[in-house]
Ligand binder design. Sequence first.
Ligand code: OSB
Ligand code: MG
Length: 377
Amino acid sequence: MLPERLHKRMNIRRAVLRELPLQLTEFFEISSGGTQARRIVLLTLEADGVEGWSECVAGDTPGYSYETTDTAWHVLSRWLLPALMELDADDARTLVPAPWLRGHPMARAAVEMALWDLESKRRGVRLRDLLGGVAEAVPVGVSIGIQRTDADLVERVGRYLAEGYRKIKIKIKSGRDIEMLRTVRDHFPTAPVMADANSAYALPADLDRLAAMDEFDLMMIEQPLSHDDLLDHATLQRCIETPVCLDESIRSHGDVRLALHLGSGRIVNIKPGRVGGLASSLAIHDACRAAGWPVWCGGMLESGIGRAHNVALASLPGFTLPGDISNSSRYWAEDIVYPEFAMADGLMPVPDGAGIGVTPRKDRIDRLTTRMEVFEA
Ligand code: OSB
Ligand code: MG
C-alpha cells in the first residue's frame, strides 16, 4: 500500500509504456539460462505536469519467474493501465493489491513503483524519505554470471574486489560449484563471497554437495532449491552451517511470514519487482527486521531507472548486507539516466533529487524505443 494519504488529489492523465532493447556489456549466465540484452520496459505516469517513472523487471524468458517481458506488457496494457486511467491517484492505491488481478507481481510493481516516484516528486521529497530510508549511501556488491573458465572468474573477482565492491556473488550450478568455489577461495581466502544457485539443486539428492560448501565460509548461499519451495529450504538450513538466503521463493509478505515460521533460511534478498512493489518490500523488510533476519536488495539487471528505486529501498535500516547494486558501467556502455550510478569505496550514494533522484535521458530513451503504447484518461 502506498502512504495512507497522498499529497492531494491528482489526476493521472497519461501513462506511457515503452520497450527498449539494451545490450549488456557482458553476457550474463545463471543456472537457468543466459542474457545478452535486456528488453527494458519503462512506465511513465503523468499527473499535473509531474512524471513518475518505473521499470518492469520481467526478463525475456520465463527462466527466473513465470513473468516475461511480453506477459508483463500484456497485463499492463490490457488490464492495469486502462484501470489506472479510470481512477485518480488517491484511488490508484487500490490498484496496488488489485484484488481482481491474481499474480503478475512484476507487472503490478511497475505501476506501484511509478506511483511512489510520482508521489515523492509531487511532495518534493526523495523517494528514500517517503520510504523511511535513512542511509546516504548503501554498501554494494557485484553479481558475477557463470564464467566459461575458472581463470575468467578469478580475474573478475579480483577486479571487482579491487574496485571496492563489498560482496562478490558467484553464480553456481551443478558441475560448476565445489571446484570453482575452491579455486576462488584459494585465490581470495577472506573475501566476502557468496553463491547464488537460482534453484539448481534438490533434496535429498544434493544435500551432501550443498553441505560440502560449508568449508568455503560463504556469506550465504542464495536460493539453492526450487523457486517455489520453503519446506526443503528449512530442512536444508537445519543441515548446513552456511546461511540460506531466499530470492525466488519470496514473492509476498505472506511468503516471508511462512519462511520465518519454518526457518527456511536466515537472510532474504528483496527485489521490489519480484514482490509486487515497494510497499510489499517494506512489509517484508519489517517482518525480517523484527525476526532478526538481515535483508539486502537484489537486482534484475535493471537500467538506472529500476536501480534508482532499488538504491532508495536499500537505504532502510534492515538492509544491513551489501546489495546487488553495481555501477551503471558494469551493465551498460551507456545508461538511460543522468547521472549514472557510480559507487565509491563500495558505497553507492542515494541520489538526492526528488523522487528517484536521477533524470531519465528522454532523447536517448526515445531513440532506443521499439514499442510504445500511450494510455489517456
Ligand atoms: O538471481 O539475483 C538473481 C539477475 C537476473 C536474474 C536473477 C538474478 C540476477 C542477478 C543480477 O543476480 C543482479 C544485478 O542486477 O546485478
Ligand atoms: Mg538470486
